[in-house]
Design a protein around this ligand. Sequence first.
Ligand code: SF4
Ligand code: SF4
Length: 165
Amino acid sequence: MVYDSLLKTAKEHQKEYKYLLERGNYNNMLKALPELNDEAFEKIDCLECANCCKNHSPRFKQPDIKRIAKSLRMKEGDLVANYLKLDEEGDYVSRQKPCPFLAEDNTCDIYDDRPSDCRRYPYTDEDVLLKRVQLTLNNTLVCPITAMVMARLLELEGNDKRKNR
Ligand code: SF4
Ligand code: SF4
């Protein structure tokens, strides 16, 4: 798979990433995120990856269902019946993996109307990355962008500590 080495490195650094997210300088990291996010998105092509669409389902919230059903010219009930199921938390998620809207070339058939979770994933420019430690750690194992951002955060925090010695 493309970007395998990034995921491998992330697997090897899980403990350090956990420590960093729990004990690192929150404000410094939050400030660094927009630039690290842009840098990772410039270097990594999601169309060569699509790991998130292949391995995870977003939540399909009511506004998402409404918008997607309209764009597919389907009844909301038919969209739910054909593609979705309720998960343990009571959210609608995709019935199947990969996502039924993932095309063969890794594009999304409903890109303009995709669920808000898909728009936000992988949360690398949001405080979610710092606050939801386990989610972020899990994402480093499937998402090369998250893996790259965490590697860079670790590097920056290390440099910062050396400067302050
Ligand atoms: S809706 Fe589109 S972006 Fe979201 S998981 Fe499915 S294919 Fe991926
Ligand atoms: S967001 Fe992450 S997992 Fe999803 S396609 Fe882009 S690099 Fe891959």
